[in-house]
Write a protein that binds this ligand. Structure first.
Ligand code: TXA
Ligand code: MG
Length: 315
């Protein structure tokens, strides 16, 4: 990939950034917490490239950034607590995990195949301008390589990701400097990650203590989410061919007769983009799923991580 462009935050820069996102490219942008690595949240390939650019060894679900409450309601269902928290703290450094609204059009890779979604309405004017110009949801994890600290200035983003992403919108230094506070409002509210919005403010708004979900994905242990998408069907790994009664999820040209192929050309970004779609489709057949070997390089590590979890014995 050519060198990463540093775009100004004026209208020309914002329009260029929005056009890159619409073309499926990756653009880092400032939020009030940290810089986010943005991709069109409805585009499977763009989202797969986020994981590739960050070098993430697993498919953690990503935060989806929205322009306003109407856009948020298209993607997720809000209970009373969620309404109250969004009303009090959006736009701002609060992310709400909510039940996914079916038909919202998000790539299943954004939610790692889960039926919940993490939503945030950022307060930073550049993030708001970009969301308005793009006109759709933007998936954005922090704009750092996996395992490194979150960037709060454009030069931090370039230090980690130069040449791996199309552009960075220059919004100077971030005010808050730590990631958003994440609250699950899927059922009773729970704190999933402490962050830029103090827990005391949330508790004052809810009028009750906010329990901490001890199993949640702490920033110190990325990828260790308590719940994962798992197919109903049994999954058999490293299978070059389907056995009697199985369906076959193939990879690469050697799997020409597979029921579905993650990438006939053996492209790991394409395979990642297809992973959850294909698994769900094969699961609907009600048959066991045999999966071709996937190379343990690049996005293959994240794909294999998910497949191993899918194949693991269930409690
Ligand atoms: O301030 C922030 O939140 C920044 C800016 C860019 O918005 N973003 C950020 O994203 O920190 P990231 O990907 O580094 O952290 C997202 C966290 C992960 O720990 C992930 O597991 C959790 O959100 N998450 C996302 N979707 C979830 C879901 N459906 N259920 C539970 N946790 C979820
Ligand atoms: Mg992060």
């Amino acid at each position: 990939m050519p060198q990463t462009q540093l775009l100004p935050k004026d209208q020309a820069g914002i329009d260029r950034a929005a056009a890159l996102l619409a073309a499926g490219d990756l653009v880092a942008f400032p939020t009030e917490t940290v810089y986010g690595l943005g991709a069109d949240a409805r585009n499977d390939h763009a989202v797969a490239r986020v994981f590739e650019a960050k070098g993430r060894p697993s498919f953690n679900p990503l935060i989806v950034h929205v322009a306003d409450l109407a856009a948020a309601r298209d993607l997720a269902r809000f209970n009373d607590v969620a309404e109250r928290l969004a009303g009090a703290f959006w736009p701002g450094p609060l992310t709400l995990v909510l039940p996914l609204q079916p038909g919202g059009g998000l790539s299943p890779l954004v939610t790692a195949g889960l039926d919940t979604v993490a939503l945030r309405m950022p307060a930073h004017p550049v993030a708001q301008d970009l969301l308005a110009a793009f006109g759709g949801p933007i998936a954005a994890p922090s704009a750092n390589p996996s395992g490194r600290i979150s960037p709060t200035r454009p030069d931090h983003v370039l230090e980690g990701l130069d040449g791996r992403i199309a552009a960075v919108v220059d919004g100077g230094a971030c005010d808050v400097g730590v990631e958003s506070t994440i609250v699950s409002a899927v059922g009773a509210p729970q704190l999933l990650r402490p962050g830029g919005l103090p827990v005391e403010a949330l508790e004052a708004c809810i009028g009750a203590p906010l329990p901490i979900d001890g199993n949640a994905d702490a920033p110190s242990s990325p990828g260790q989410l308590a719940s994962h998408y798992a197919p109903n069907a049994a999954v058999r790994l490293n299978a070059r061919h389907a056995a009697e009664g199985e369906v076959h999820l193939g990879f690469g040209p050697e799997a020409g007769d597979a029921t579905l192929n993650l990438s006939p050309s053996g492209d790991l970004v394409e395979a990642a983009a297809n992973l959850f779609h294909h698994l769900r489709q094969l699961d609907e057949t009600g048959r066991p799923i045999a999966v071709s070997p996937i190379p343990e390089t690049g996005l293959g590590r994240a794909i294999n991580d998910r497949l191993r979890r899918a194949a693991a014995p269930r409690p």
